[in-house]
Ligand binder design. Structure first.
Ligand SMILES: N[C@@H](CCC(=O)N[C@@H](CS)C(=O)NCC(=O)O)C(=O)O
Length: 220
């Protein structure tokens, strides 16, 4: 019996992995990690703890261990889980049988991993958390996030999902960020295709469950 352990927190980077595990129906143990710097050296389940750096040298969630093998970085985890548990390619395409569609999944996955995630993450940082307000940086990352949403709109106004009719790991990865747009005051309805896509994804039972994982530990 294979065993997956998920180390996560229900953040834009964390939820794609829990959602995909729920979609796949793979049994897993979920460990909630602290991502707060205030917990470094005080809380054992903190992402910079030495034991966790053995699993993810980058000291961030999400990461998984599967039968003793560690995987970090959201998209690498999604691709690993797909290769291990989605043999019929329900959430993707075969690189050998459907190389063009597979390439499109990678294109949108990389677009989200290298574009939407980092830009929206920095927009969050400069607009919500930075101790000093730097308007240039606030606007730069917010505007770039919105520009990337327009790129998604150009696709989703013509297609049900990022790679046509099939809901794939590229959608799962991207959704983690789009669902949190409102914290930046972004109204996704500005992009109607993106909004319909978001609603379609949010209505999936696995998504409803996945966004709650790992649950907070009960107070002692
Ligand atoms: N590129 C990474 C980003 C992971 C990431 O930034 N995770 C954040 C939470 S959303 C984190 O663990 N932050 C804690 C820290 O930086 O100490 C991925 O896709 O997995």
């Amino acid at each position: 019996m294979s065993q997956v352990t998920l180390y996560s927190n229900p953040t834009p980077n964390g939820v794609p992995v829990s959602i995909f595990l729920e979609e796949l129906g793979v049994p897993y143990e979920a460990i909630r990690m602290s991502i707060s710097d205030n917990d470094i050296g005080k809380v054992d389940k903190q992402v910079k703890s030495p034991w966790f750096l053995e699993i993810n040298p980058n000291g961030r969630i999400p990461a998984i261990t599967h039968n003793g093998f560690n995987v970090f970085e959201t998209s690498a985890i999604l691709l690993y889980l797909q290769a291990e548990f989605d043999k019929e390619n329900k959430f993707g395409f075969s690189p050998t049988k459907d190389p063009k569609e597979y390439s499109q999944v990678l294109q949108w996955l990389f677009f989200a991993h290298g574009g939407v995630g980092p830009m929206q993450g920095q927009a969050n940082h400069f607009n919500l958390y930075a101790p000093e307000k730097i308007p240039y940086a606030q606007n730069r990352y917010l505007n770039e996030t919105k520009r990337l949403y327009s790129v998604l709109e150009s696709r989703l106004s013509k297609h049900k999902y990022l790679v046509g009719e099939k809901y794939t790991i590229a959608d799962i990865k991207t959704h983690g960020w789009i669902r949190r747009a409102s914290v930046l005051g972004i109204d996704v309805s500005e992009w109607p295709g993106l909004k319909d896509w978001l609603d379609r994804i949010e209505s999936r039972p696995a998504v409803k469950k996945g966004v709650t994982v790992p649950a907070a530990e009960p107070a002692q």
